[in-house]
Design a protein. Structure first.
Length: 139
């Protein structure tokens, strides 16, 4: 069994965004030379997420609205975490809801997706560099 590790650095200029990273994950898979195995994609920051869904603007808008209803950014005083001088208590909760990582099967050298599936990076407290781990294991 072999493994391949690649770290991407993302710097999202806005506080929140959803970024399709499927192409970068495919590039890492090609670099790995692995044809059968598993691919893990992990947000290496506690206010960012990785998830799989459809690349459709209306859905992303719906996510944004839904997450803001569940964990609104303001007033920032509603979060005990923000008493530390931070203003990102909501971002931690949004990350928890959307998930830390995904694992995708690799079959015949390709990500083994269902229809319309794509991999996304979810940013909930941007405006600085954050890392994303791609780890591929297999043969």
């Amino acid at each position: 069994m072999r493994s391949h590790r690649k770290v991407l650095t993302l710097n999202i200029p806005s506080r929140r965004a959803f970024v399709n990273i499927t192409e970068q994950v495919n590039e890492a898979l090609l670099e790995s030379g692995i044809s059968e195995g598993l691919c893990l994609v992990n947000a290496m920051h506690i206010t960012a997420s990785v998830f799989i869904n459809d690349d459709e603007g209306g859905l992303h808008h719906d996510y944004e609205q839904w997450l803001e209803r569940l964990a609104p950014h303001e007033p920032i005083s509603q979060y005990r975490h923000n008493r530390t001088g931070e203003d990102n208590g909501d971002a931690h909760l949004k990350r928890q809801i959307m998930g830390r990582e995904v694992v995708v099967a690799v079959t015949n050298g390709r990500l083994d997706f269902g229809p319309w599936e794509q991999i996304f990076y979810g940013e909930f407290d941007g405006r600085r560099s954050k890392r994303l781990l791609i780890k591929i294991i297999g043969d």
